[in-house]
Design a protein around this ligand. Structure first.
Ligand code: URA
Length: 238
């Protein structure tokens, strides 16, 4: 029998469901060692863990985290803050010095610029949620390394799962690449409406710290902000 179109998708969904049930069955029997590759094992662990029901639960999971080397020099883990059912989420790279000291995202110089950018499009911090890909400060504010992103990214995905925003705006290249699973450049990713997790729209813009260093890009950032405002109006205020 040849499967076509919707039939095909239906069968695929059934196979996935059967496989999932089979794996649950094995797990319930106490068999946690199905012979498989490391990659598949990781996928299965992630898939079989129950979805978190609240941000508090995720924050609790991260308490005292030592999953990567950034734990060594951390003062505070910076989990994120804002409305726990926000329609818009902003995702930065990683906490800097000030954020590490107080445990809140975007409170330093870049944060002040972010506040001004938000004010320019009449969006308040209270109505949105702000977090980072990596929750602990990298030494000397260097870019997070791939293993650090890999350890922390599942927690960002959990935050997204709980908050269920309709719109995400990534600030800078690190968060854009991490959430879109790409190595593409910021230039090529800006100015488009991307989609992740089926129906969450995602925009990419400059990191405010980058705009502090290279103010000549503020004009382009303003174009991004106008697009953000327009999508926010359509998706979040109607
Ligand atoms: N830069 C970021 O990416 N995040 C912060 O929280 C602060 C600065």
């Amino acid at each position: 029998m040849t499967l076509r179109g919707k039939d095909h998708l239906g069968s695929l969904a059934e196979i996935c469901e059967d496989l999932r049930n089979y794996l649950y069955y094995l797990k319930n029997l106490g068999l946690n060692t199905v012979p498989t590759s490391e990659k598949i094992k990781k996928f299965m662990e992630a898939d079989l863990s129950p979805a978190p029901s609240s941000l508090k639960e995720i924050e609790h999971e991260l308490r005292g985290c030592t999953r990567c080397k950034l734990a060594a020099e951390r003062t505070h883990l910076v989990f994120g803050e804002g409305h726990d059912r926000a329609c818009l989420m902003l995702v930065g790279e990683a906490p800097g010095r000030e954020e590490d000291l107080v445990g809140r995202p975007f409170v330093g110089r870049a944060g002040k610029l972010l506040d001004q950018m938000l004010a320019a499009i009449h969006i308040t911090r209270a109505e949105i949620y702000i977090t980072n890909v990596v929750k602990c400060r990298p030494p000397r504010n260097r870019t997070p390394e791939p293993d650090e992103i890999e350890s922390c990214l599942p927690f960002l995905h959990k935050q997204i799962q709980v908050i269920r925003p309709r719109l995400i705006c990534t600030l800078g290249l690190t968060s854009a690449q991490a959430l879109l699973g790409t190595k593409a450049s910021l230039t090529s990713l800006r100015g488009q409406v991307h989609r992740i997790d089926n129906d969450i729209k995602l925009l990419v813009t400059f990191h405010p710290a980058y705009l502090l260093r290279f103010p000549q890009y503020k004009r382009e950032a303003w174009e991004d902000l106008k697009l953000l405002k327009s999508l926010y109006g359509d998706l979040c205020t109607k």
